[in-house]
Design a protein around this ligand. Structure first.
Ligand code: SF4
Length: 385
């Protein structure tokens, strides 16, 4: 093919439209400046999308006809698509959400008295392969865009028909704790979280937007420069030997380095009363013994934290078991006696597979990783036999 033909093809190729849904305030202002428009248009469009829930540019009535036509040529507001919705008897609502390219992620809203916490996904699948996690068994497909992340908040509010409806806040808290490791998708997660906290968008307090990480330390070291969100860390073990098994990224960034990075993050925040939420999934016979509780109490001495114990939720590709209520109570008591604030996560949405660790739900195991796991386990059993 000649060079001139290639150039002709390139020049006639359609330029993809900018999805305004995922633009932060600064990015939206820059977008309008690039279009030769005034910066204040960004405020108008942000309010239409995130306050009024309007995605049809034609309905943005304070923009003027010429600007609306221009915008429709170069931009769009396109949330991801809800594939299915399941309501639990306890009020939990779960959505399977289709993103560009056909991948599916899950989003869960968990109401609790005056709060409603939305658990948001950041990736399709996950590459980190924590041994107790159903998402990790799917393998990794791709990062979500900022529009696909904030789009989950938009969809949740839309599904209750609650944009400017006077029904009160549908989403009061957000946890980046769904499918994926948020710090592996740094820029898009930071943009989406900043929109969650932005007054022209959802205006959720920085204490109510929480990023949960399994310990991608270099990214966590950079986070304080661009985010004021609250921090949770998935610890799950009181020592490196055990954590290496449960959370493989620990082999690269061990516990001491992780806790140091967490401490630096909260020290860098402007308010000095922040604590880190330490997530600890209790797995029967693995990390739920009294010696583990004592070791955890010792490990976290002087570390500004509260502890959230999460009894493991069994799922089909895992042999791990849920601990008994007594085992959970005994573990909890050791930590309380050592002076910690400790909560135990109650299982919600059991009847719709919405409890944490079950987010895989109906999502297809595209890499057939679970099958490979079973085959490998069977091979090992055969060799051992
Ligand atoms: S626990 Fe989080 S980081 Fe680990 S595999 Fe699951 S989604 Fe990934």
């Amino acid at each position: 093919m000649s060079t001139s033909t290639s150039a002709t093809i390139a020049s006639t190729a359609e330029v993809p439209k900018v999805n305004l849904l995922g633009l932060t305030r600064a990015q939206m202002e820059q977008f309008f400046l690039d279009q030769g428009e005034k910066k204040f248009r960004a405020q108008q469009v942000l309010k239409w999308i995130h306050h009024a829930g309007v995605i049809d540019i034609e309905q943005m009535s304070n923009l003027g006809k010429a600007l609306r036509e221009k915008l429709q040529r170069v931009a769009e507001v396109r949330p991801p698509e809800i594939v299915s919705q399941h309501d639990s008897a306890d009020g939990t609502r779960k959505w399977a959400v289709r993103v560009d390219g056909g991948g599916l992620v899950e989003t869960v809203l968990i109401p609790d008295r005056e709060r409603a916490t939305l658990c948001v996904s950041s990736q399709v699948g996950c590459s980190l392969d924590c041994s107790f996690c159903s998402t990790g068994k799917q393998g990794f497909q791709r990062d979500l865009s900022a529009a696909e992340i904030i789009g989950q908040v938009w969809l949740a509010i839309k599904s209750y028909d609650a944009f400017q409806s006077g029904k009160g806040r549908i989403v009061t808290n957000v946890v980046m704790m769904g499918m994926g490791e948020p710090l592996m998708n740094f820029d898009n997660v930071v943009s989406a979280m900043n929109l969650m906290m932005e007054d022209l968008a959802y205006g959720i307090s920085k204490r109510r937007v929480t990023l949960s990480t399994s310990g991608v330390v270099p990214a966590l070291d950079r986070l304080a420069e661009v985010s004021e969100a609250s921090l949770a860390v998935s610890l799950h073990a009181p020592n490196d030997a055990l954590r290496n098994e449960l959370v493989p990224i620990n082999r690269k960034y061990p516990i001491a380095r992780l806790l140091e990075s967490c401490r630096n993050y909260i020290d860098a925040q402007s308010d000095n009363k922040r604590v880190v939420t330490v997530e600890y999934t209790l797995i029967a016979g693995v990390n739920d013994q009294l010696e583990h509780a004592r070791e955890l109490a010792e490990l976290l001495r002087d570390f500004p934290c509260k502890i959230n114990l999460i009894p493991f939720n069994p799922f089909s590709q895992s042999d791990y078991r849920r601990p008994s209520g007594n085992a959970v109570s005994r573990f909890w008591q050791v930590l309380v006696d050592a002076g910690y604030i400790v909560t135990v996560r109650t299982t919600r949405g059991d009847d719709i597979d919405a409890a944490c660790g079950q987010l895989v739900g109906q999502v297809v195991d595209r890499t057939r990783r679970s099958e490979r796991y079973r085959n490998a386990a069977e091979n090992q059993a055969t060799k051992a036999g």
